[in-house]
Design a binder for this molecule. Structure first.
Ligand SMILES: N[C@@H](CCC(=O)N[C@@H](CS)C(=O)NCC(=O)O)C(=O)O
Length: 215
């Protein structure tokens, strides 16, 4: 009798992403650290046929489409989902106090990115319709956020409890975005703790292999 191997048909989860999105990079780094395989679907958000809004009504990436068709967003939700999918390389601590500290780092790092993106979008409007007050308000958030992140990191290697976590991934992706779009802010010189953290992140293949292409 022929022996038929027990094949389990599994459909891979699909991640909608772009090479320059810092939020999508966060998820790509999480997946690499946790050795989770996903089908990667690269999108161009400005493309009229971009499929993202079929899966996320907000039309934003990252979106993770699960094997049963359910879609997850935004990046903090996807990161938590993936972290719980396998115990390999835990990125969000089980301990409540540590978990809240990781989440707070993530919120501030993501918030700096939100403000940097908002300032850049305003700056891309035509000369006459740009609002300088909007740009400086958003850049003020970036500056204050970086100062607090730099101060809170101090001379520690990793953000929370001397252990690598989602906080480090979120911080790294936010700084990577500033390096891409705001090189002129000279954040490496002004915030040396953050510069050192970014160098440590670049030693990890999950991070260096997901770096956005420099323009
Ligand atoms: N809070 C969201 C932010 C996602 C986000 O803003 N993604 C940008 C790409 S970097 C986007 O999709 N923008 C398109 C839009 O706002 O319409 C997350 O963490 O996933």
């Amino acid at each position: 009798m022929q022996c038929i191997p027990n094949l389990i048909a599994t459909r891979l989860m699909k991640l909608f992403y772009s090479l320059t999105s810092p939020y999508a990079r966060k998820i790509r780094v999480v997946a690499a650290e946790k050795r989770i395989e996903m089908e990667m679907v690269k999108v161009v958000l400005s493309d009229p046929d971009c499929p993202v809004s079929q899966f996320n009504p907000l039309g934003k990436i990252p979106v993770l489409v699960l094997d049963d068709g359910e879609s997850l967003y935004d990046s903090p939700v996807i990161a938590e989902y993936l972290d719980n999918r396998t115990p390999v390389a835990r990125l969000i601590p089980q301990d409540h106090t540590l978990k809240i500290r990781v989440r707070r780092w993530e919120a501030l790092a993501d918030g700096v990115c939100d403000a940097a993106v908002a300032a850049m979008m305003e700056g891309r409007r035509s000369e006459g319709s740009q609002d300088g007050a909007v740009i400086s308000n958003q850049l003020g958030k970036v500056e204050r956020g970086l100062a607090v992140l730099n101060e809170d990191l101090g001379d520690a290697k990793w953000c929370v409890d001397d252990s690598f976590s989602l906080a480090d991934i979120a911080l790294g992706c936010s700084l990577g975005y500033l390096q891409l779009r705001y090189h002129h802010l000279d954040w490496q010189e002004r915030f040396p703790n953050l510069a050192r953290h970014h160098e440590a992140m670049m030693q990890r293949s999950s991070f260096s292999e997901t770096a956005p292409p420099q323009a």
